[in-house]
Design a protein around this ligand. Structure first.
Ligand code: PHE
Length: 446
């Protein structure tokens, strides 16, 4: 066991770290992409409802378990459980989360590597490097490793001097770049028609099954749920803090930045249209996913001349920074477990685990068609909802209600009288599991 556990030094530090974990490629790429392919504002509406009603209660479950146990997911879930069976279930769930967090990092590092490559492209051409060099296979391997190296270096610094310090620096910077980009795009012709497409919902799509399933998956991914990241960050919060409020703030920042990112990307696509860039596919739907980020937007930046180079530079910086504050939270999950339960030093654990995950990333890059899609689906569509369900079961059915109340009262002595305590326990016990099972069943058998 390690001697002293890390702890966030301030409320601001925790909020930046947890919001940093939550705000990532899922917000700035995933969310606008989903909006583009799921009927614009209809998706935004369903997403807002699911994020507040489902993801927030699940986030609270993780933060509470973490802060109660002050330990990694495996130990924490065992501590919440009382019987032998539920303790073993805790071990299994904790391990499953650790594996999934590591696998998410392995594909996330690849995508983040692409962002780094696009970020560095203008510099590479200034240096006179061959056009397109940053997109070669060699460069992909290089930038993924570079990104993983950054992640590893921050995590070797520990909770306060690594995670908290870097999240507190990078998050405000990221938010500033986002705002500047939005302001710039709004001054461009075409932006307003994009804004309309983004804000006016096509109500006929709101009940769409696909749309609801996508929105649920997106909400879970975006709040970093299920895999133990929020649990471990929760374990580093002081007992004096009011958890429902902190969790609420993190949820609002996460949702707010996703909505802002939509405000950037959807209008930017229409600006691109105005500049003669193709933004619809053969069936008339908005281009989405990789075509959006790696074809439409670069074509837009190209069409804007020198300013476009600057805007592109800022945009891919934004993506890379957002990815980094998330990737560190993923790596912290296996590292915290190894340090706490196997007595290995943080730096050795980080280099080893980070090294193994980097190797997996390289293997995936070299066998992209075979592995990439599979890992994304297995982790985000299958495992995250399943793990989210397990965590709700632990809080709703296994952990004693008095224990939960004792924990939540710390930093919030009057919680029993408030709305949160009236609603939330019923929620995690019945409603969250039910909705997850229903949508999950749909994913599996639908
Ligand atoms: N929430 C991050 C994003 O939106 C992704 C993430 C998933 C981070 C799981 C940690 C754990 O990009």
């Amino acid at each position: 066991m390690s001697a002293v556990r890390g702890e966030f030094s301030s409320r601001f530090g925790f909020i930046m770290a947890a919001a940093g974990s939550a705000v990532g490629l899922g917000n700035i790429w995933g969310f606008p992409t989903q909006v583009a392919s799921n009927g614009g504002a209809a998706f935004v509406l369903v997403y807002l409802v699911l994020a507040f009603l489902l993801a927030y209660p699940a986030l609270m479950a993780e933060l509470l378990i973490g802060r109660f146990a002050k330990a990694n997911a495996v130990t924490a879930l065992r501590k919440v459980a009382s019987g032998r069976f539920s303790k073993n279930l805790g071990t299994a769930t904790g391990f499953y989360g650790i594996v999934v967090a590591s696998l998410i990092l392995s594909f996330y590092g690849i995508v983040a590597g692409w962002m780094l490559a696009y970020w560095m492209e203008p510099l590479a051409s200034l240096l006179g490097l061959r056009d397109g060099l940053v997109h070669s296979l060699g460069a992909q391997l290089f930038f993924t490793l570079l990104f993983m190296l950054g992640t590893i270096l921050i995590i070797t610094g520990g909770v306060k001097d690594g995670i908290e310090k870097w999240s507190s620096r990078l998050m405000p910077l990221m938010i500033m770049i986002l705002f500047l980009l939005i302001i710039y795009v709004f001054t461009q012709p075409g932006a307003m028609s994009g804004l309309k497409a983004y804000l006016i919902p096509d109500f006929s799509r709101i009940g769409d099954r696909e749309l609801i399933i996508s929105a649920l998956g997106q909400a879970f991914f975006s709040l970093s749920l299920g895999v133990g990241t929020m649990l471990i960050y929760g374990s580093y919060i002081s007992k004096q803090e009011n958890l429902p409020v902190l969790g609420g703030l993190v949820t609002m920042i996460d949702i707010g930045i996703a909505v802002m990112a939509g405000l950037l990307i959807i209008p930017a696509m229409h600006v691109a249209l105005e500049n003669g860039v193709e933004i619809f596919d053969a069936s008339g739907a908005l281009l989405a996913e990789d075509a959006l980020v790696f074809t439409v937007l670069p074509a837009l930046f190209d069409s804007m001349g020198f300013v476009g180079t600057l805007v592109g530079f800022a945009f891919f910086a934004l993506m890379s920074i957002a990815a980094l504050t998330s990737s560190i939270s993923m790596l912290e999950v296996p590292v915290a477990y190894t340090v706490e339960n196997h007595g290995i030093t943080r730096s050795a654990a980080t280099w080893w685990i980070g090294g193994v995950i980097s190797m997996i990333s390289l293997l995936v890059i070299l066998n992209f068609e075979r592995f990439f899609g599979f890992i994304v689906t297995f982790t985000t569509q299958f495992s995250q909802p399943l793990l989210g369900l397990m965590l709700c079961v632990f809080v709703g059915w296994i952990w004693h209600r008095d224990g939960i109340l004792d924990e939540i009262k710390q930093g919030n002595p009057d919680v029993e009288l408030g709305l949160f305590w009236k609603i939330w326990p019923v929620y995690v016990k019945f409603i969250c599991p039910l909705i997850i099972v229903m949508t999950f069943g749909n994913t599996l058998f639908g």
